[in-house]
Structures are given as structure tokens and as C-alpha cells.
Design a protein around this ligand. Structure first.
Ligand code: UDP
Length: 242
């Protein structure tokens, strides 16, 4: 598949950077994620990344404790920016040019995201790391990943999770759950299979953006998943709907 993928959007959740801990950034995991990304970039694929912030702060949790939701989500978005700076720097240390962008204006921290500037950076060989989600409260970085993939004309969204694809039920709870090799947007939404939020899937469906769900710890690595090795589920248009 990699030869067909000129430009990908990778969603890196906060939990991927926290590793075995639930909070903060664990350097070995950060370096591990950066190394996998550098591998793909070295192969000639343009890589844009949207980072989450669940390892630092989630707006919903703040709101549950009494902070108003808009403020809590701003705090969450700032958390994603911390991760974006860390990941962009870790990618640079792998010898691959990388540039962070922020959805919110903070000139001394990072360039403000525009699709035009991010595309230019991708064409110049930078891995672009996009922090700040969509820049709006009440959204998630999964929706931001789909939105940016569409804006940047990526071929696919890659969403790494703890399991190796989309299952008929939660495989951690139901041993009889089976994995789909591919599934349509409407099936994922209709069956409420919670791999990404509904807004992300609906946006992907309406813009025909395929999503590949794979395991972050897949032995084949991100490059392997892109090449069709490794296990994953492709969420897209139904196969007979050309
Ligand atoms: N967030 C937001 N708008 C966005 C993206 C994120 O307000 O467009 C906030 C929200 O509070 C969320 C937090 O940032 O809880 C961290 O993002 P997310 O939960 O998506 O991170 P992940 O679960 O991927 O680590």
C-alpha cells in the first residue's frame, strides 16, 4: 500500500506517548513512536501527524470536576501542544526534518496552522506535527485528524490503538468478538463501534477519507501496516460502492 500512499495523516494519541503510565510523556515511548514515523518518512511518504492530549488533560474530566467545558477544552488543547512540541523534537532527533504547527495562535511557540503552510512544509520534506486539535472546544483530536487529512489532501488516516483493528465488540471484554478486515463508515457508526468518535467517522464518510485502524505495538510497525503487512481494519466506502 505504501507506494499508493504519497501523503498520510497519522493520529498519535496521548496514551501512545505515556506508555505504561497514564500521565505525562515517557521518553522511550516517545522515541519509539518517533522512530516508526521517521522510518515511514525515510521511505518517501509525506507524513502529517495530529497529536492527542489524553496523557495530560481531557476536557471532559475537567468539566466533570466543575471547570466550565470551554475552559477545560482549552486546557486540553494546550496539552496537545506540549505533546506536539515533544514529538516534533523527537522526530528531528531521528534525523528527519519536522515542524510543529498550532491550531491556536501562539507565535513564540509554533507557526499557526494553515493548510497552505502545512502543505508547503510537507512538500519540502518536513514531517508536520499538528497540535491544538481543531482549535475548537467540544471536538476531539480524532475529528481533528480527519479534518486535517481532508484539508491536506492525504490519502488515508492511520489511527493506532491498543487493539489491531475494529472488532464486532470490545475484544478486551468479549472473547467472542471478531475483527473486521474492512468495514463501511455507516456500519461503524450504526453499530456504535467506538474506535473514533462519530463526528470523525461522519466527516470521513462525507469526504470519502479512508481510515486504517491498527495496533500501536504491531510487530510490523507503522511502515509494515502501510505496506499491508500487519493486522488492521480499513474503514471506508462499501467495497461494491465504486
Ligand atoms: N480538544 C478540544 N478540541 C479539539 C481537540 C481536542 O477541545 O479539537 C481537547 C479536549 O478537551 C480533549 C483534549 O483536548 O479532551 C485532548 O484531546 P483528545 O482527548 O482527543 O486526546 P487523545 O484521547 O487522542 O489523547
Amino acid at each position: 500500500m505504501s507506494s499508493a500512499c504519497k501523503r498520510i495523516l497519522l493520529k498519535v494519541s496521548g496514551e501512545a506517548l505515556a506508555g505504561d503510565n497514564s500521565f505525562g510523556i515517557e521518553p522511550p515511548f516517545l522515541q519509539g513512536v518517533a522512530a516508526q514515523i521517521a522510518d515511514v518518512a525515510r521511505g518517501g511518504t509525506q507524513v502529517a501527524i495530529v497529536v492527542g492530549g489524553g496523557n495530560i488533560f481531557r476536557g471532559m474530566a475537567g468539566a466533570a470536576d466543575g471547570t466550565d467545558r470551554v475552559t477545560a477544552d482549552l486546557m486540553g488543547m494546550l496539552g496537545t501542544m506540549i505533546n506536539a512540541l515533544a514529538l516534533s523534537n523527537a522526530i528531528s532527533r531521528q534525523g528527519i526534518k519536522s515542524k510543529p504547527f498550532s491550531a491556536a495562535t501562539m507565535p513564540s511557540v509554533a507557526d499557526t496552522f494553515t493548510a497552505r503552510d502545512a502543505k508547503l512544509a510537507l512538500e519540502e520534506g518536513f514531517v508536520v506535527v499538528l497540535g491544538g486539535g481543531t482549535g475548537n472546544p467540544f471536538f476531539t483530536t480524532d475529528t481533528a485528524a480527519t479534518l486535517r487529512a481532508i484539508e491536506l489532501e492525504c490519502d488515508v488516516v492511520l489511527k493506532g490503538t491498543k487493539v489491531d483493528g475494529v472488532y464486532s465488540a470490545d475484544p478486551m471484554k468479549d472473547p467472542s468478538a471478531t475483527r473486521y478486515s474492512q468495514i463501511s463508515y455507516d456500519e461503524v457508526i450504526g453499530q456504535n463501534l467506538k474506535v473514533m468518535d462519530t463526528a470523525a467517522f461522519a466527516l470521513a464518510r462525507d469526504n470519502s477519507m479512508p481510515i486504517i485502524v491498527y495496533a500501536l505495538d504491531d510487530a510490523a510497525g507503522l511502515a509494515g501496516v502501510l505496506e499491508g503487512r500487519g493486522r488492521s481494519t480499513r474503514v471506508g466506502k462499501p467495497v461494491d460502492d465504486k
